[in-house]
Design a protein around this ligand. Structure first.
Ligand SMILES: *[C@@H]1O[C@H](CO)[C@@H](O)[C@H](O)[C@H]1NC(C)=O
Ligand SMILES: *[C@@H]1O[C@H](CO)[C@@H](O)[C@H](O)[C@H]1NC(C)=O
Ligand SMILES: *[C@@H]1O[C@H](CO)[C@@H](O)[C@H](O)[C@H]1NC(C)=O
Ligand SMILES: *[C@@H]1O[C@H](CO)[C@@H](O)[C@H](O)[C@H]1NC(C)=O
Ligand SMILES: *[C@@H]1O[C@H](CO)[C@@H](O)[C@H](O)[C@H]1NC(C)=O
Ligand SMILES: *[C@@H]1O[C@H](CO)[C@@H](O)[C@H](O)[C@H]1NC(C)=O
Ligand SMILES: *[C@@H]1O[C@H](CO)[C@@H](O)[C@H](O)[C@H]1NC(C)=O
Ligand SMILES: *[C@@H]1O[C@H](CO)[C@@H](O)[C@H](O)[C@H]1NC(C)=O
Ligand SMILES: *[C@@H]1O[C@H](CO)[C@@H](O)[C@H](O)[C@H]1NC(C)=O
Ligand SMILES: *[C@@H]1O[C@H](CO)[C@@H](O)[C@H](O)[C@H]1NC(C)=O
Length: 802
């Protein structure tokens, strides 16, 4: 019994007809199911070259059977498509996958009950055939003309996208081609995530339970994935293309290699992953994924859980909670989340209590309340049964309902802000947690006591030393801020004589403290704020500390005087180093470090500090350089000081033409992406060593951002963009990355701009970007070179939306 239909003959109608006349031929044609035929039990069909196989399979230790497609030669079995995701069958011998004459492929149990069907129908009356192709596509075509496709699995992807497939929207059938992961390794039913093209858009997003969560594409069209360096350095294995025409809007990719299997899939964890199996490989190699860390995937651990990237098991339930469905939780299916061990009894406030959890990134969707202290915040939470947690840090935040995305901070990012989780007071388990931690607490208290003792002695010594040095002693607030006396600052700045600069919020003077510490003293203008409120805001700013942010040392609030004291930056601002006649020329390495450091500082403001802060005025003047030319962002958080009532003033004060994102003029909401835009403009200036707006008067062609985007999109030599003072001395790869990322940052639609964290990754070479399109606003500038400043009301402070 040998194969009588040669594989390549099957496509030829005449020979197929011949074959159909011999029964033996039909049963042996192992890559087709002809009309009237069916597949059952352990029968399978394979693609012509034996790459893919289709038939019943059992995932993991499951008792269920599904129709699927997998790589025939690769082990362990890797399933790329599943037909009956939601309707498993328990017995394969009584189940048949049957193709009807009209092109309707149906999975039947006991030859009659429909389990799953393609519901497809040929519009012509001929016979039909279903076959598995070598690209993994399972197609139903007209039996006499294989280019008439009636139905194909590529139009109904499950969790995997294969080369040749499409993802996006089919405008003709109105079908959405998106990926949804399996529920768990034993259950291919769709999970809560999906990877899909946004409505009418050109960007792919990761969705969770129907809501957009993580932006994944837009800036990675083009050739992006390079094979692991050992196998093919600087070579690309696939290119992505986004196309939109009358038929649809799709992402497709093409592989550059014949003998390499590649697949792109949405994992159970909510991450998209790109895998390769090259020649000589013994397993799939992961070469790219988003988000990079599982804990960054939205709700990856489900409700009332905590994600710890450092722990191999990642997901755990919050104290007092347990997995809702332990059986699937063990399979890493966290979609059901965790459940209270003891339900809350809300009738009596004494029935619940709060458990303090340290070092966590707060979940999303908090509400802020205006109450003045932590006790009132606590009570506000207790009084509402749906309140599940609260936090107090100058403002009261409460959470209602499901807590999603609680994340344990990595050790270097710990800020120690307390988060209070509501649990049942009667919970035995909680009591246990309380008692065990009491012991730890006792040792902790001893340690703290000893430390405090030391600190106390040290402080006394320091105060005594300082006393001896200066007449006025320094009072500290919150142990990181110094409360200065006005007369001491006047003395330190020699009556405010040495002016360092003038910013939107006031003038900055150099000062020297009696212990010869240099300081920068900023005298704020137009503040009608009470002292108490001012102190609170200043404390918030003082608590924002990062290596790439200028540190606030202290402040002064006497009568109407409002002064901030910062670390003095010996190398001034980037503005003077880049644009002014300066004997020091920053070499490329220094510039690249400044670009990365600035991006890190901004990423911290946007994402990592408790209150998200939009800087709103990124420009070379606000990038200060320490003794090692390491960049530190200045002027952040000050918008808060001005207050909401003065927001109109704020908008006109903030932002500098040439760095402002289009949304400042269009009146759309300002998000951290406005900073990304300004950062892009700044990056272009770091590269070119000249002001962007310099060319604006001479016509659009010489407007530098236009030149940059033109050269980058055409793939021309980016060295021509480099500051002539560097005489072409730059790392070409870094320069190319910097140019590309700058162009992505200045895209019109904020959604197309990367997040600052992504910018850092791209600059570090951890991830790559595609070729950016030319931003539209550059074209518009042609018509109206200086767009008028506007007066929309915007607050450049916290933005709690995800
Ligand atoms: C398929 O099933 C039949 C009957 O159940 C069995 O005899 C045969 O060995 C199986 N074939 C394979 C390849 O497992
Ligand atoms: C396909 O077959 C199933 C099961 O027999 C049936 O319910 C369905 O109506 C058919 N659809 C078409 C379009 O023929
Ligand atoms: C097959 O169908 C295609 C598309 O409908 C048509 O262009 C082509 O002529 C057909 N080929 C044959 C041999 O009928
Ligand atoms: C998407 O496009 C369609 C047709 O062009 C339009 O009817 C619809 O309103 C658009 N939807 C959005 C969200 O823009
Ligand atoms: C998903 O959303 C629906 C409503 O859109 C809601 O009823 C359901 O509880 C959500 N599921 C989870 C797990 O949050
Ligand atoms: C759109 O689809 C039609 C019919 O399938 C096809 O003839 C045409 O070439 C397609 N257009 C593009 C731009 O792919
Ligand atoms: C890939 O396949 C094409 C045609 O199938 C062939 O011309 C080409 O040489 C192959 N390339 C490699 C790298 O094997
Ligand atoms: C990791 O998480 C598990 C489950 O939450 C927990 O039992 C274990 O103690 C954790 N291990 C570490 C090292 O944190
Ligand atoms: C908690 O609620 C239950 C039921 O309402 C009540 O019987 C019990 O006394 C309450 N416990 C406390 C500590 O208030
Ligand atoms: C508790 O919060 C829910 C949800 O925000 C709200 O609908 C309800 O009115 C609140 N109840 C009380 C007593 O404030």
């Amino acid at each position: 019994m040998k194969f009588t239909c040669r594989n390549n003959f099957i496509y030829k109608p005449v020979l197929l007809l011949l074959c159909l006349t011999f029964d033996a031929c039909i049963s042996m044609a192992t890559h087709v199911i002809s009309a009237g035929q069916s597949l059952s039990g352990n029968q399978t069909i394979t693609s012509p070259s034996g790459i893919f196989e289709l038939g019943f399979f059992t995932p993991g230790n499951s008792q269920n059977y599904y129709i699927g497609i997998w790589y025939k030669k690769l082990s362990p079995q890797t399933v790329v498509w599943v037909a009956n995701r939601n309707q498993p069958v328990s017995d394969t011998s009584s189940s048949t996958l049957q193709l009807f004459q009209n092109g309707n492929l149906t999975l039947l149990v006991q030859s009659k009950t429909e389990i799953w069907s393609t519901h497809s129908m040929s519009t012509v009356s001929h016979s039909t055939v279903a076959m598995l192709l070598d690209n993994g596509n399972f197609v139903i075509t007209d039996a006499f003309n294989s280019s008439v496709v009636i139905w194909q699995s590529f139009d109904h992807p499950t969790d995997t996208w294969l080369p040749g497939g499409k993802l996006g929207h089919n405008k003709l059938t109105k079908e959405k081609l998106s990926l949804t992961p399996w529920r768990n390794p034993q259950n291919p039913a769709p999970g809560l995530f999906s990877f899909e093209l946004e409505q009418n858009g050109t960007s792919f997003w990761l969705f969770w339970n129907g809501s957009k969560t993580y932006w994944t594409s837009g800036y990675w069209t083009g050739k992006i994935f390079s094979l692991v360096p050992e196998t093919a350095a600087n070579d690309y294995i696939a290119s992505f293309t986004f196309a939109s025409n009358e038929n649809g809007s799709y992402f497709t990719y093409a592989s550059a290699y014949n003998d390499t299997f590649i697949r792109f899939m949405l994992e159970i964890t909510g991450q998209i992953k790109f895998y390769v199996w090259g020649k000589g490989f013994t397993q799939w190699t992961l070469i790219w994924m988003r988000p990079n860390e599982q804990c960054d995937a939205y709700a990856t651990c489900g409700a009332f859980s905590i994600c710890n990237q450092q722990n191999a098991s990642l997901c755990g339930c919050l104290p007092g909670f347990e997995p809702k469905v332990p059986k699937v939780w063990k399979l890493k299916d966290h979609s059901n989340g965790c459940l209270r061990k003891t339900p809350l009894q809300c009738n009596d406030v004494r029935n619940s209590t709060f458990l303090v959890i340290h070092d966590v990134l707060h979940p999303v969707n908090s509400e802020s309340l205006t109450v003045e202290n932590i006790e009132k915040c606590r009570l506000a939470c207790l009084r509402n049964c749906s309140c599940t947690a609260f936090a107090y840090d100058n403002q009261c935040l409460i959470w209602k309902g499901d807590l999603l995305n609680v994340k344990l901070l990595p050790s270097e990012g710990k800020v120690g802000k307390d988060w209070h989780l509501r649990v049942a007071a009667s919970d035995n388990e909680y009591q246990k947690i309380g008692s065990t931690s009491k012991i730890k607490r006792k040792t902790a208290w001893i340690v703290i006591g000893v430390l405090l003792g030391f600190t106390f002695i040290l402080t006394i010594v320091m105060i005594l030393v300082r006393r001896r040095q200066s007449a006025g002693a320094l009072e500290t607030v919150d142990d990181y801020l110094v409360l200065f006396k006005y007369r001491d600052l006047r003395r330190a700045t020699k009556n405010f004589s040495e002016k360092l600069g003038e910013g939107a919020f006031g003038s900055v003077f150099k000062g020297v403290l009696p212990d010869s510490t240099a300081i920068a003293v900023k005298e704020l203008k137009s503040l009608n704020q009470g002292e108490k409120q001012f102190r609170n805001e200043v404390r918030t700013i003082g608590s924002i500390q990062h290596i790439n942010l200028v540190r606030l040392w202290g402040f002064c609030a006497e009568a109407s005087k409002r002064i901030l004291v910062y670390d003095y930056m010996p190398n001034g601002s980037l503005q003077s180093l880049l644009f002014q006649k300066n004997p020091i020329i920053l070499d490329w390495k220094a510039r690249y470090n400044i670009a990365i450091g600035t991006a890190r500082g901004l990423a911290y403001l946007h994402e990592d500090c408790r209150e998200r802060i939009i800087h709103c005025d990124i420009k070379p003047e606000n990038i200060l350089l320490d003794a090692e030319y390491s960049p530190k962002l200045g002027d952040f958080g000050l918008a808060k000081l001005i207050g909401r009532q003065n927001s109109r003033v704020l908008t006109t004060m903030r932002g500098t033409v040439g760095y402002l994102a289009p949304e400042w003029f269009s009146g759309e909401a300002i998000t951290p992406k406005a900073d990304v835009f300004s950062y892009g403009m700044l990056l272009i200036e770091i590269i070119s060593g000249r002001r962007n707006r310099q060319g604006l008067d001479e016509g659009l062609e010489s407007f530098f951002p236009i030149q940059v985007t033109n050269i980058v999109t055409k793939g021309e030599d980016v060295v021509t963009l480099l500051d002539y003072k560097l005489e072409g001395q730059a790392d070409k790869d870094e320069l190319t990355r910097a140019c590309k990322v700058a162009c992505w940052c200045i895209q019109d639609d904020e959604k197309d701009r990367p997040k600052m964290r992504e910018v850092v990754q791209i600059l570090q070479g951890v991830s790559d970007v595609g070729i950016p399109p030319i931003p539209q606003f550059l074209q518009r500038l042609n018509e109206n070179p200086i767009e008028a400043t506007s007066s929309q009301e915007t607050i450049c402070t916290s933005n709690s939306s995800a």
